[in-house]
Each structure stands twice: as structure tokens, then as C-alpha cells.
Write a protein that binds this ligand. Structure first.
Ligand code: BGC
Length: 746
């Protein structure tokens, strides 16, 4: 063979061997050794009912000014072998101290697990999850969780209460900041990437964390967007839109699942046997354990489904919920329930076995201190590489919403930049909600980042102008005076990080306080204005977007926020982020999402005379910024959509040209509409995407292969299959701007 032929041969061989392995993305297998199994059965036969109830109990650790502390009664429980796991406890010395009590002082020496909400980084804080999703970069998302796992395990942790994979279509709900957005298909891909990132391919390794898919199920669909509120929906919607991301976590091998606070159709998840046993275990084959959300067994009393905590404990255990987070209901009532024969020893043993198996999967029986390594704690946390990646990830997560007259990037000729606004020099707000062990003192503010970027080429001046969320305009004059001195203004506006996240819902989701008025005052100076937005949810930006300003959505970027944003502002990075949640024009449009139904009376934008159609009198049906939307500093043009149908697949190809004057990445999106289904189908559904780098002036062919199975949906019998017939295929730069072609699948 000639050299070239040999090379080709090797390449093909490599493709045959490697590509299927990568594509298959096999779930992590956590095989238990025979000795583990024997150990677990021996323990089960020796444990008292109290010790068993203890294994099913998870307790909270706290912090005071001197560092981490555990309540005296919890310390005693550990020594008595009546605690299975501790959460919020980290740092090697502290974890070692608690673990030593368990494995040296308790009768059966069963090690503890240590859990924590490592949601978007542990010490190095990455952009909040919704921001990460806007990068449409699964490799980066997985990598960020890998780093989070390395850092968290270097400090004694072995279990994270993540990923949060709740689909939500309601931006009033504060926890949209923790999720991937409104789309189920993308949500599944991101969910699996996160599980892989945390768990790696070996849970026993000392740098992998056990994942916990949460909040099972449908926690993201509370009525009125109010946290913890009732969830009620059709089974088809539940199966089609809300359940798949949890299933994706299970398929990716997630070791645990967290029950959600909410009820679904009258049964709270924590007492929902259908959800926890029939669906999760029997149908999906989940072999890990289920933990409650914070005291959610106790809350069954408030829900009005249990008489008291004892009744609640019985219902939860019977439903298939294995571990009680912070509620002590199992510990206090299980032995009694057993005596009264309300629960069987087998039911308890089943739950305890799952907890012990989790400990074995983590390698804790082999070495209970495997996550307590002082030298790792020093060396593997906030390294230069980790911080570099965090900075890169910030720039990938930004979404350019508006850029009239190419206000961004900041022109090289600019000599003085004024940073104005309540978020201009904030480090504290950069972390976003759930910042684990992240420290705000280590965050780079926008001002810090822009100053570094400007070096001695530009002067950067600062004025706050107003607070985030009050009505005080006394700082406006100083801000306007400062803007007048500059030749370019960056307006740093948005929410505080506490305005989204758990128990942080809003009914008005505009830019809070008087910030829009500040923007108006600054715009009047006539200076070019680029708004940098910080927020944890889609905002109703109608007023701000009507001003002649550029708007860069940066969410909350974490530790490296300021540097990553400066990279985009300067043009070093060309933004390529795309929204994964619709931005409505106003709150009255909520819920508004791209994959809605056509209805029997769809609005025809060309026929405004028809009154009796599905529309508002006072607002357009369209969002302000649709799902999948995001601009670039360059321009992309789509042409030549070709579709082909063979026996099992649809192939789709399109030409994407970079017609602007700089290189850029584009997220090419594929959507499908099933024209006639057994049940009505959405007007568009995301079915694929590719993030491609296209050099200026070049055109790239982008192709997709869509197996017919990807057209499947849930039918009234809750079975998933596809219906033959006509489909419309859309390819484009957002859910609203696409080329389309029609195909028939027989
Ligand atoms: C949240 C969970 C979290 C838990 C432990 C709860 O209030 O809903 O997401 O994992 O607290 O911190």
C-alpha cells in the first residue's frame, strides 16, 4: 500500500472502532464486586431497625465563623450509626473528622456519604446552568461538571445534588436559572452530558461525584410560575415534555434521583408510588436510590395527604423513596412502623440495600477516606487551567440580543469607556444562585475585566447610577455626567443573583427598579451604548430593546465573569450563544415557548382582519426574542436546503455562508413539524443542531441525519412511535428564522 492508502486505511479502521464507541456514549456501569455484595448482605443481617433507619437519613451540616460545624445531636447520631449521609459538609479535615466517627466509633462502621449542591462549579464557579445551555456546547458543559467533580471530591465530597433537569416554560419561576431551558430534546442531551461530567466512567475514582437527577418530576411546571406550587398536566404532556430529561440521566447512569416538592395530579412526588416505583424503577430500570428534597416527607402533612409525620414516613417509604433529607421521619418512625407491621422488613431492606450499594459504588467500603486527600485539596482546586476554561465558558454562554449599527465589539478607536449601572463593579452578584464553595471575593467584576482588557490603551471610568431594585434616581446625574466624559458606554443592568433561584419567583420580569430609566437618561447623551445584562431568567426587555442600544445577555458568569465578558465586548471572542428559553414581550404572554401547538384557529399574520383567531388584542403572539436566537458579530446566510428520505432516515443538508467580515461560530438548528399526527403536534420541534466555525467569506455544508425513530412521540396509549405522513423540515439560525422543505415518510 502507498503511504496515502495506508493512512486512509488506518483512518477508516479508527472510524469504525472509535466513532461508534463515542456515539453510543455508553452509560457508566457501576458493577458491584462479589465482596461488596457479601458485605452488604452481611450488614443487612446484622443491622438493628434503628441503624437501618439511620442509613436512610441525611443530615445537614452548617458553618459558623470558625468553619464547618455539625449539631451535637447529629454528631451523636453518627457515632450511634444512625446517619447515612451528611450534606453541606466539605473540606478534607472536617469530612475526615466526621467519617472517622462513623467508621471508627459506630458499631457497624458504615461510612457516610457526603453530598452538596455542586450545581455550576464547586470552587471555580462557572456560568449558571441556563447560561451554559445557551452555549449549545455539550463538550464544554460536560467538562465544567468534570472540573466541578474534581474540585468537590478534592474537598471530601462524593455526591452532588445535580443535575437539575426540570424543563420549564415559565420565566417567572426563579429556578429556570438552574436548568437547561424550555426544550426537552436539548434538555436530554445536556442532562446526559452533566451526568457523564460528574460521574466520569468510574464512580470509584477519587475524583468523580455521584450525580442526582432532580427534581423528579415536573418541578419546573408549577402553576403561575410560583415555586413549590401545584403541578397538574395531561399524561401526554408529562411523558412528552417533562419526563425525558430525568430518563436521560437514568440512561446515562446517574446514581441517585431526588423527589420533587410538588404534587402531580394530586399526589406529591414524595408519596408517588407510580412515579418512584412503577415508572422510575420498573419501566426505566433505575437501580440507584431516591432521596427526598429538603424535608419533603414532612411536607406531605401540609400537602394534606398524610395525617402526621409517621403516616408521611410510611407513605414515602412505601412509594419507593429511600433516603429522608433532613426530615428525620424515617429515623423517628420506621422502627415503630415495623413493629406495627405497617411496613415489612423487606421494604426497609430494599431501601437500605440501595444506600449501601451506593456507598460500595463510590468505593467507600474499600477506603472511606478516598475523597479526603490534603494534597489534592491544595493542588486541584482553582488551577490556572480551570480558571482559563471558566473564562472561555463565560464567553461561550453570552447571547448577543441586539447590535444596531455594530455598536459591539468596542471599536479600537475608543479612548474612554464609562461603565455605568448597578452591576458594573459587582463581584458578589456574579456567582448566581447556588454557588457551592465559590467565593465572591475571587470573582472578576465587569469593571475588573474591562480594565484588564483596556490595559493602557483606554481609560475605564465607573459610576453606579442606581441600585438594582429600588426607586432612587439620585445617582442619575453623576452617571450622565460620567457618560458625557466618555466616548463609549457599557451599561451593566439586570437582576441581583438573589432574584432568581429557589423561592425567587417574580410576577414582573422586567429589568427591575429604575434601571430602564437610567438607560434612557444615558442614551440621551448620544454616546454609543452597549448594555451588558446580568440575570437568572428570561426578562421582558421590550422597553430596553426599543432603545438604540446593543444588548449582550451574559446571565451570571461565575468566577471569571468579567474576563469572559470582556473577551466578547472587545471582539476577541465572537459571540455564538443562542437562547434556550423564549424571551416574552411581557408577562401576559407567559407561558410562551417555541414548540406550542397550531390550534384550530391559528393566527395568520397576513390576514389581520380575521378577529376570531388565537391572538391577543393588545400584544403580538410572537416573543421578543425566540428560542434558538442569538446574533454574531458576523452574518450567516442559509441556502440550498436539500432533504432526502430513505428506508429509515431523513438526510438534510444546507449551505451556510459567513457573509460578514470576521470568522464566527454558528449554531445551525434543525426543527421538524409533523403535519398530521394521532395527537396534535407542535408547530416546531428541535431535532438536532451543529455548532460550526465558519471563516469569513466561506461557505460550509452542514448535514443532519434524522432516523425515523426521532420522529416518534407519545400517543394516547402512552406508547412512543411515529406516524407516517408529511413532515416539514426547518433548518436555520433560530426557531423563528429557517429555511424549510416538505417530506413524506411512509
Ligand atoms: C432544593 C434542592 C437542594 C436541597 C439541598 C432544596 O431546598 O430544592 O434542589 O438540592 O434543598 O440543598
Amino acid at each position: 500500500m502507498q503511504y496515502n492508502e495506508k493512512l486512509n486505511f488506518l483512518l477508516v479502521a479508527l472510524l469504525i472502532l472509535v466513532v461508534p464507541a463515542i456515539q453510543a456514549q455508553k452509560p457508566v456501569v457501576h458493577e458491584l464486586s462479589t465482596s461488596d455484595k457479601v458485605k452488604i448482605e452481611t450488614l443487612l443481617s446484622t443491622m438493628t431497625p434503628d441503624e437501618k433507619a439511620g442509613q436512610l437519613s441525611l443530615f445537614l451540616s452548617g458553618w459558623d465563623t470558625t468553619g464547618p460545624v455539625l449539631r451535637a445531636d447529629y454528631l451523636n447520631l453518627i457515632k450511634e450509626g444512625k446517619a447515612g449521609a451528611i450534606f453541606n459538609a466539605y473540606t478534607v479535615d472536617y469530612v475526615r473528622k466526621l467519617q472517622r466517627m462513623a467508621v471508627e466509633e459506630s458499631r457497624l462502621k458504615i461510612p457516610l456519604m457526603f453530598g452538596y449542591d455542586v450545581i455550576h462549579g464547586h470552587r471555580t464557579i462557572f456560568p449558571i446552568p441556563i447560561a451554559q445551555a445557551c452555549s449549545w456546547d455539550l463538550t464544554a458543559i460536560e467538562k465544567s461538571e468534570r472540573i466541578a467533580a474534581v474540585e468537590a471530591t478534592a474537598e471530601g465530597l462524593n455526591w452532588t445534588f445535580a443535575p437539575m433537569v426540570d424543563i420549564s416554560r415559565d420565566p417567572r419561576w426563579g429556578r429556570v436559572s438552574e436548568g437547561a431551558g424550555e426544550d426537552t430534546w436539548l434538555g436530554c442531551k445536556i442532562a446526559a452530558a452533566r451526568v457523564r461530567g460528574f460521574q466520569g466512567d468510574d464512580l470509584r475514582a477519587n475524583n468523580t461525584l455521584m450525580a442526582c437527577a432532580k427534581h423528579f418530576a415536573a418541578y419546573g411546571a408549577p402553576q403561575a410560575g410560583r415555586d413549590y406550587n401545584t403541578v397538574d398536566m395531561s399524561m401526554i404532556s408529562l411523558y412528552e415534555w417533562y419526563l425525558p430529561p430525568y430518563k436521560a440521566c437514568v440512561d446515562a447512569g446517574a446514581g441517585s434521583v431526588m423527589a420533587s416538592f410538588n404534587e402531580i395530579a394530586g399526589i406529591p412526588s414524595t408519596a408517588n408510588k407510580w412515579l418512584m416505583t412503577d415508572l422510575l424503577r420498573k419501566e426505566w430500570g433505575f437501580d440507584g436510590f431516591v432521596v427526598t428534597d429538603y424535608a419533603s416527607i414532612n411536607e406531605l402533612v401540609n400537602h394534606g395527604i398524610a395525617e402526621d409525620f409517621k403516616d408521611a414516613a410510611w407513605q414515602a417509604l412505601d412509594a419507593g423513596v429511600d433516603m429522608d433529607m433532613q426530615g428525620s421521619t424515617y429515623l423517628n418512625h420506621m422502627p415503630e412502623l415495623l413493629n406495627e407491621k405497617k411496613i415489612t422488613p423487606a421494604t426497609i431492606d430494599h431501601a437500605v440495600r440501595l444506600i449501601l450499594e451506593a456507598k460500595a459504588k463510590l468505593g467507600l467500603f474499600e477506603d472511606p477516606y478516598r475523597y479526603c486527600n490534603k494534597s489534592r485539596e491544595k493542588k486541584e482546586v482553582m488551577t490556572a487551567d480551570q480558571l482559563d476554561f471558566a473564562r472561555h465558558f463565560v464567553s461561550q454562554s453570552c447571547v448577543l440580543l441586539k447590535n444596531p449599527g455594530q455598536i459591539l465589539p468596542i471599536p479600537a478607536k475608543v479612548k474612554t469607556i464609562a461603565i455605568i449601572g448597578p452591576l458594573g463593579d459587582s463581584r458578589k452578584e456574579m456567582l448566581g444562585s447556588w454557588s457551592a464553595a465559590g467565593s465572591w471575593e475571587k470573582c472578576v467584576s465587569l469593571f475588573d475585566g474591562v480594565k484588564k482588557m483596556a490595559g493602557d490603551k483606554m481609560e475605564v471610568i465607573l459610576e453606579k447610577g442606581c441600585n438594582i431594585n429600588d426607586y432612587d434616581k439620585s445617582g442619575f446625574d453623576a452617571a450622565v455626567r460620567l457618560a458625557a466624559k466618555a466616548d463609549y458606554v457599557i451599561l451593566a443592568l439586570g437582576e441581583s443573583c438573589g432574584m432568581s433561584g429557589e423561592a425567587a419567583c417574580r410576577t414582573s420580569i422586567g429589568v427591575p427598579g429604575v434601571q430602564n430609566d437610567l438607560a434612557e437618561a444615558i442614551v440621551k447623551t448620544g454616546k454609543p451604548v452597549a448594555v451588558v445584562l446580568f440575570n437568572g431568567r428570561p426578562l421582558a426587555l421590550t422597553k430596553l430593546a426599543s432603545m438604540p442600544v446593543a444588548i449582550l445577555e451574559t446571565w451570571f458568569g461565575g468566577t471569571e465573569a468579567g474576563d469572559g465578558i470582556a473577551d466578547v465586548l472587545s471582539g476577541k471572542v465572537n459571540p455564538a450563544g443562542k437562547l434556550t428559553m423564549t424571551f416574552p414581550r411581557n408577562e401576559g404572554q407567559i407561558p410562551l415557548f417555541y414548540n406550542g401547538k397550531n390550534t384550530g384557529r391559528p393566527l395568520d399574520p397576513a390576514d389581520t382582519a380575521d378577529e376570531y383567531v388565537s391572538r391577543y388584542l393588545d400584544c403580538s403572539n410572537d416573543p421578543l426574542f425566540p428560542f434558538g436566537y442569538g446574533l454574531s458579530y458576523t452574518r450567516f446566510s442559509y441556502s440550498g436546503l436539500v432533504t432526502k428520505v430513505d428506508d429509515h432516515n431523513i438526510s438534510i443538508a444546507v449551505q451556510v455562508a459567513n457573509t460578514g467580515d470576521r470568522d464566527g461560530e454558528e449554531v445551525v438548528q434543525l426543527y421538524v413539524r409533523d403535519k398530521v399526527g394521532t395527537v396534535t403536534r407542535p408547530v416546531k420541534e428541535l431535532k438536532g443542531f451543529q455548532k460550526v466555525l465558519i471563516k469569513k467569506g466561506e461557505t460550509q455544508a452542514v448535514s443532519f441525519n434524522l432516523p425515523f425513530d426521532d420522529l416518534a412521540f407519545y400517543h394516547p396509549d402512552l406508547k412512543k412511535y411515529w406516524d407516517p405522513g408529511e413532515f416539514v423540515v426547518y433548518v436555520g439560525t433560530s426557531s423563528a428564522e429557517t429555511l424549510s422543505g416538505s417530506i413524506t415518510v411512509k
